[in-house]
Structures are given as C-alpha cells and as structure tokens.
Design a binder for this molecule. Structure first.
Ligand code: ADP
Ligand code: MG
Ligand code: MG
Length: 211
C-alpha cells in the first residue's frame, strides 16, 4: 500500500495553514458568540508561524515536523487552544520518531494519540462542547475503517465526515469547559469554535494525506 511521505505531511500542514487563514474571520465570529472573539486569530497566527518555522528549519523526518508544529503552537497560539493543539501535535510526533514514511495505521494512531493528549491536558469529556466532540467521533470512525481494511483515502474521508457531524452536534450543547462555560445556558445554540478548527484538522488530512 502507498506510504505517506514527509512531503505529504508538509502538504497537510500547509493545507491547514491555508484553511485557518481562509477561515480566520469565520472561526473568530464563532468565538465572538460564546467566547472572546480570538479563535481564528489564534489559529491563523499559530499556523502562519509554523509555516515560517518549517521553512527555516526543514525538519529531518515526520516526527520532527510534527514536533516543530507542536512547539510553535505552544509558543505562539496562547489561550486554551494553543496548549491543547500543541499537545495534539506533540503526542502525534511520538508515533513516528525519525520516520520519513508512514502507513495508514500510523496516520490513524497520530489522531488517536493526539486526541488522548488533548483529553489528558484539558480534561474535557464528550459533549462538553469542545474540540473533543469533533475529534472523538473522527478517531472512532477512522479506527473502524482501518480495521475493516479500507485504504487511507477512505479512512480519512470517513474521519472528516464524522468530525463534521460532531462539530455540528455541538450547536445544541451547553458548554462545560473553557470560556464558553461561563455563559451557562446562553452557550446553547452556537457551534463551538474549537470543534470547528478540529474539523479542519481532519478535513485537510483527508484532502492531502488521503489523496
Ligand atoms: P480562549 O478560549 O482561551 O480564547 P480559543 O478561543 O483559541 O481560546 O479556543 C477556544 C476553544 O478551545 C473552544 O471553542 C473549545 O473547543 C476549546 N477548549 C476550551 N477549553 C477546553 C478544554 N478544557 N478541553 C478541550 N477543548 C477546550
Ligand atoms: Mg477565544
Ligand atoms: Mg482568548
């Protein structure tokens, strides 16, 4: 089966940078309804710096690329989402240390380990109206698709579809973590910004690693 190269991983990160840049206003608008109107600004700043840092250092392998992403996000994003996405990529980097090629199983493990890191760090549970609500169904769908012997394109597409559903399913939820939780019942009826940026994480992977 086709392997995912270092260049493909760089394409994913680049697609993510474009997605956050193009959706900066959208993510910030979602955060203005139930937060402090900075989520798009945070994600765009983080991934724009990631792009600069990757161009400067050109890491040797996939693990090193993911670790650079992690360190840059932790340094530049701030807020709740910076350390959480930083932890996602730091855990992801431990799946493929010094590898220049990975297979479908490792791609799924990247998302699984990353999500575990976010949960350990942020202590959010399912339906707390966070990024966990998009990533959990995505990881479950990808694990199942992998077990069924699907190719990586199918696996990631199923993951992206599940993440999109999970993202939309945050609308009727009341937030129990992060700034949105301060609003209590007034957080109901709005899509969670972090679940939306998490959907882009999976969607861009489907559009790059899955092709
Ligand atoms: P801040 O709230 O500090 O301004 P951002 O606006 O960048 O940070 O990110 C907000 C997003 O972070 C929320 O929409 C939510 O998805 C996510 N989030 C907040 N707290 C947690 C947590 N404890 N666990 C997981 N995700 C969280
Ligand atoms: Mg915010
Ligand atoms: Mg903030």
């Amino acid at each position: 089966e086709a392997m995912i190269t270092k260049d493909k991983v760089l394409q994913w990160i680049s697609a993510l940078q474009s997605a956050y840049s193009e959706n900066k206003a959208y993510l910030t608008q979602l955060d203005s309804a139930i937060g402090d109107a900075d989520h798009g600004i945070n994600m765009d700043r983080g991934f724009t710096t990631v792009k600069v840092d990757l161009e400067k250092t050109l890491p040797q392998d996939i693990g090193a690329i993911l670790k650079t992403v992690a360190m840059t996000l932790i340094r530049t994003v701030g807020g709740a989402s910076g350390p959480l996405y930083g932890t996602f990529f730091l855990r992801a980097s431990t799946i493929c240390p010094s590898k220049t090629e990975i297979g479908a199983a490792e791609v799924v493990q990247i998302f699984e380990a990353g999500l575990e890191g976010i949960i350990q760090r942020g202590k959010a549970r399912l339906e707390d109206k966070t990024m966990v609500d998009a990533l959990t169904p995505a990881v479950n769908a990808m694990k199942q698709a992998l077990q069924q012997g699907n190719d990586l394109g199918t696996i990631l597409q199923k993951g992206a579809d599940a993440a999109e559903q999970g993202m939309k399913a945050t609308i009727p939820l009341q937030a129990r973590k992060g700034r949105a939780s301060y609003l209590g019942e007034r957080s109901i009826g709005h899509q969670d910004p972090g679940a939306t940026s998490a959907y882009f994480l999976v969607k861009t992977a489907a559009d790059t690693l899955g092709k």
